[in-house]
Design a protein around this ligand. Sequence first.
Ligand code: FAD
Length: 323
Amino acid sequence: MSVLVYAEHTAGSFRKPAYEAVSYAKAIADTLDTSVTAISIGPVDESELISLGKYGATTVLHVAANELKQFINQAYASVIAAAADHVDAPLVIISNSFSGKGLAPRVAAKLKGGLADGAVELPVFESGKLTVKKTAFSGKAFAMAELVSDRKVISLNVNTFEVREIGGNARVEAFNPQVAANDLTTVIQDIVRTTDSVSLPDAEIVVSGGRGLKGPEHWGMIEELAEVLGAATACSKPVSDAGWRPHSEHVGQTGITVSPKLYIAIGISGAIQHLAGVSSSKTIVVINKDPEAPFFKVADYGIVGDAFEVVPKLTAAIKAYKG
Ligand code: FAD
């Protein structure tokens, strides 16, 4: 018996969502007094697979089949379910990433198990039941989901569980389950990037704007600052509600949770619902013209000033510093 975790990779490299999922699986496996088996599908180097041991995986099942090089939802779900049978997993952990959102319900259905999607905390086990806090209604509320089935699937919200490095190497095993032809009805010919901008959930630096920017026509200075820093852009909820920015940039309790090294909040008051999505940032810099703005209470560095004066100067200074 082992807790199974799907370790998602991008072009052969694991990223933070995979490390979070393995760390989460390890914490659960410790409670259940068992081990963690990770499954990785597609071309990933052996050294990368071994490195999942750092986060608590004892074994990594590697599926290298040529027809599974690219992500195919139903085929990947079948392979993960087969791996769950292979290691007799009572519980499967999947990151609630873009691909995980499609995979987790399919895996649960194949295992005839219950699903808690969008978990934000470790589950509690009590007499065969598992209870876990998860987001509900598109993140507008939390729910306590109780799973009573024998097999269980949890998808973990990105950036809600810390990555825990505990050291060690994982053992890599080839895993070659039969893939049914009707799981391979989609063939991905090519993947074309439509943007070069940094993905918000993965970003190490985030430049975020609020209602203090007055309108969408002023976002050029936010984008310029983000560009010189190699950062992703984000915004507060009223900004996306007003259509100044896309909803995919909305950060907070009802939006995306980010956990960057540096979060720069410009013209954002710092309401608790906004802070809920950014408070695990390592360093927070706040630019606001109101010295009483609540964001300053959680800021590591604060600049009291008009964003329309401060931001262009800051961008110019960073450009000059970088040469
Ligand atoms: P404001 O509160 O209007 O603040 C604007 C700030 O800009 C002020 O502090 C002002 O001093 C400053 N400012 C103005 N002009 C300038 C200038 N020239 N230079 C510098 N600073 C300036 N909000 C979220 O962000 N994310 C969420 O997920 C979220 N979820 C919510 C869920 C619920 C159930 C509810 C009730 C609310 C939620 N909210 C959320 C809304 C939240 O309560 C706040 O209303 C919102 O965060 C405020 O956005 P803001 O800071 O951009 O705007």
